[in-house]
Design a protein around this ligand. Structure first.
Ligand code: UD1
Ligand code: CA
Length: 464
C-alpha cells in the first residue's frame, strides 16, 4: 500500500507565561540546544513532505531560528489555544494526508516512539492517534478519559477536570497523528466553552468519538518522553534527563565516564571508544573526540575536533579548534578559536593559542601567548614567549619555520618571520625577520661592575 503524504506541524506560538522570560520559551536551551531544535529534528526524521512551525508570541525571534528553506512558518497572531494554532495551518492539512502535530516544548520525545505512533496510526486507520503515557504526578497535563472497553472518549484539561478525572494517571503527551481531512473539518467545530476560553486541540478527540470515528491511543512506557516544559524547574529536569541519556549512550559505546554526576556532554558531541572523561568535563556543540583520549578533570571543549590518543589534563579550555592525534595539552591551557595542533604537539601550563597552526611535534610548555602564528614542525617555544600580534589597530602574523628554537621570555613583534633552524636567544625582542640558521639575540648586553655589590651592602648596613 502506498503511504499517504505526511505533514508535520510544530506548535510554538504560545506565550510560555510560566517561564517568566523575555526569551521565547521554545528557544530556551536544554542541554545546550534550543528546545525547539529537538522538535525540528523529530520533524526531519519521519519522512514528511511538508514541515511547518506555528509561530506567534515572539514570532520574529522564533522564525529567525528556523532553517528557512526547510520549514514553513504558519502565523498565529492571537494565542487562542492549541486548536486555534493548528487551524492556522490551513493548506498543510488539506487533501488526503496524515498530519503529525508536535509541541515545541516536549524535547524528550524520541524518534523511535514517534515512528511507532505514525505506524500505529496508519495501521489502525484512525481519525486521531494520540501518544499517551502514565505518570506519577499528572498535574498540568490533559487526562485521557477512557470508557467501556478502554476506548478513549475524550481528553480533559486539568483546569476543566472533576476530582475523579484528575485522579487519572494516563495523560496526553501533546503528540498526535491525525487524518488530514477529518482534522480540517473538526477544527472548525471547536468551541471555547472551557475554563481557559481557548480552542483546545484536545477537544477534537471527543468530536471524533461523536462522529463514530476511531480514536487510537498509543501508550509509551517511558514517561520521561512526555515531559512538557512549562517552567524553569521543568527545563532543568528535562536537561538532566537528556544529559543522563547522552552519558548512558556514550558508556554503551565504550566511553568511560568516571563521574556521570558532574560530566556534561551535549547531544551532538561524538566521543570515540576507550576515551575516558574525568570529573567535571564539559563537551559542547559540534565536538568530536577520538578514541583512547583522556580528558579532565575540569576540561571544557566547545565546537572542536580532537584526534585519537590525546591527553587533555586539568582545567583546559578548547574552543573551535582542531587537535590531531597524540597531542598533550594542559594543565591550564587555553586554545582559542582557530587553533590547530598537528600530531604530537605539546602545549602546557598557562599557554594560550589563538588563530594559529602549530606543526608536528612542536612544543610550548609554559606561559606563552601564540596568536595569529604559523609554527612549523619540531619547534621549541621557550617559557614566556609572546607573539606581539596586535599593534592597537591591526593583527599581524608571526611565522616560525621548522626546527626553530625560541629561547624563554622572547617577544616576537609581528609581522615577523623566524627562518628554518634559527635560534633566538632568551629574553630577546625580535622585530626583524631572522634568516634561516641564524642566532638572533636582542637583549641588552650584561655589564659587570667589580666590587660594587659589596660597597653597596656596607653602606646600607651603616644606615640601619
Ligand atoms: C497541552 C495539552 C495537554 C497536554 C500537554 C502536553 C491542549 C489544550 N492541552 O497543554 O492536554 O497534556 O500539552 O504537554 O492542547 N501553543 C500555540 N498556540 C496557542 C497555545 C499553545 O502554538 O495558542 C503551543 C505552545 O507554544 C506549546 C504547545 O502549543 O508549544 C502546547 O501549549 P501549552 O500552553 O504548553 O499547553 P499545555 O497547557 O501544556
Ligand atoms: Ca506545555
Amino acid at each position: 500500500m502506498k503511504k499517504r503524504p505526511l505533514s508535520v506541524l510544530i506548535l510554538a506560538a504560545g506565550k510560555g507565561t510560566r517561564m517568566k522570560s523575555d526569551t521565547a520559551k521554545v528557544l530556551h536551551p536544554v542541554l545546550g540546544r534550543p528546545m525547539l531544535s529537538y522538535a525540528l529534528d523529530l520533524a526531519r526524521s519521519v519522512g514528511a513532505d511538508r514541515k511547518a512551525v506555528v509561530v506567534g508570541h515572539m514570532a520574529e525571534e522564533v522564525t529567525s531560528f528556523l532553517p528557512e528553506k526547510e520549514f514553513e512558518t504558519v502565523s498565529q497572531t492571537k494565542q487562542l489555544g492549541t486548536g486555534h494554532a493548528v487551524r492556522q495551518a490551513g493548506a498543510l492539512l488539506a487533501g488526503k494526508r496524515d498530519v503529525l502535530v508536535l509541541s515545541g516544548d516536549t524535547p524528550l520525545l524520541t524518534v523511535k516512539t514517534l515512528r511507532r505512533l505514525i505506524a500505529s496510526h496508519r495501521r489502525t486507520g484512525a481519525a486521531v492517534s494520540i501518544l499517551t503515557t502514565v505518570v506519577d504526578d499528572p498535574r498540568g497535563y490533559g487526562r485521557i478519559l477512557r470508557g467501556p472497553k478502554r476506548r478513549i472518549e475524550a481528553i480533559r484539561e486539568e483546569k476543566d477536570a472533576t476530582p475523579a478525572e484528575r485522579a487519572v494517571g494516563e495523560i496526553n503527551t501533546g503528540t498526535y497523528c491525525f487524518d488530514g481531512p477529518f482534522l480540517a473539518g473538526a477544527l472548525g467545530r471547536l468551541r471555547r466553552n472551557n475554563s481557559q476560553g481557548e480552542y483546545y486541540l484536545t477537544d477534537v478527540v471527543a468530536l471524533a468519538v461523536d462522529a463514530g470515528l476511531a480514536v487510537n491511543g498509543l501508550l509509551t512506557k517511558d514517561a520521561d518522553e512526555a515531559l512538557g516544559i512549562n517552567s524553569r524547574a521543568e527545563l532543568a529536569r528535562a536537561g538532566e534527563i537528556l544529559r543522563h541519556r547522552k552519558l548512558r549512550a556514550l558508556m554503551e559505546s565504550g566511553v568511560t565516564v568516571v563521574d556521570p554526576a558532574t560530566t556534561w556532554v551535549e547531544p551532538q558531541v561524538r566521543v570515540g571508544a576507550d576515551t575516558t572523561l574525568l570529573p567535571m568535563t564539559t563537551l559542547e556543540g559540534e565536538t568530536r573526540i577520538g578514541r583512547k583520549c583522556r580528558l579532565g578533570p575540569m576540561v571544557r571543549v566547545r565546537s572542536s575536533s580532537i584526534g585519537g590518543s590525546v591527553l587533555v589534563t586539568d582545567s583546559c579550555v578548547i574552543e573551535s579548534s582542531k587537535v590531531a592525534d597524540h597531542c598533550r595539552i594542559g594543565p591550564f591551557t587555553h586554545l582559542r578559536p582557530g587553533s590547530e595542533l598537528a600530531r604530537g604537539v605539546k602545549v602546557g601550563n598557562f599557554v594560550e593559542v589563538k588563530g594559529s597552526r602549530i606543526g608536528k611535534g612542536s612544543k610550548a610548555g609554559h606561559l606563552s601567548y601564540i596568536g595569529n602564528a604559523a609554527v612549523g614542525e619540531g619547534v621549541n617555544i621557550g617559557a614566556g614567549t609572546i607573539t606581539c600580534n596586535y599593534d592597537g589597530v591591526k593583527k599581524w602574523r608571526t611565522v616560525i619555520e621548522d626546527g626553530v628554537f625560541v629561547g624563554s621570555n622572547t617577544e616576537l613583534v609581528a609581522p615577523v618571520r623566524i627562518g628554518r633552524g634559527a635560534l633566538v636567544g632568551a629574553g630577546s625582542t625580535i622585530t626583524r625577520d631572522v634568516p634561516p640558521g641564524t642566532l638572533a639575540l636582542s637583549r641588552a648586553p650584561q655589564e659587570h661592575k667589580k666590587g660594587i655589590a659589596a660597597r653597596y651592602l656596607r653602606r646600607k648596613s651603616k644606615h640601619s
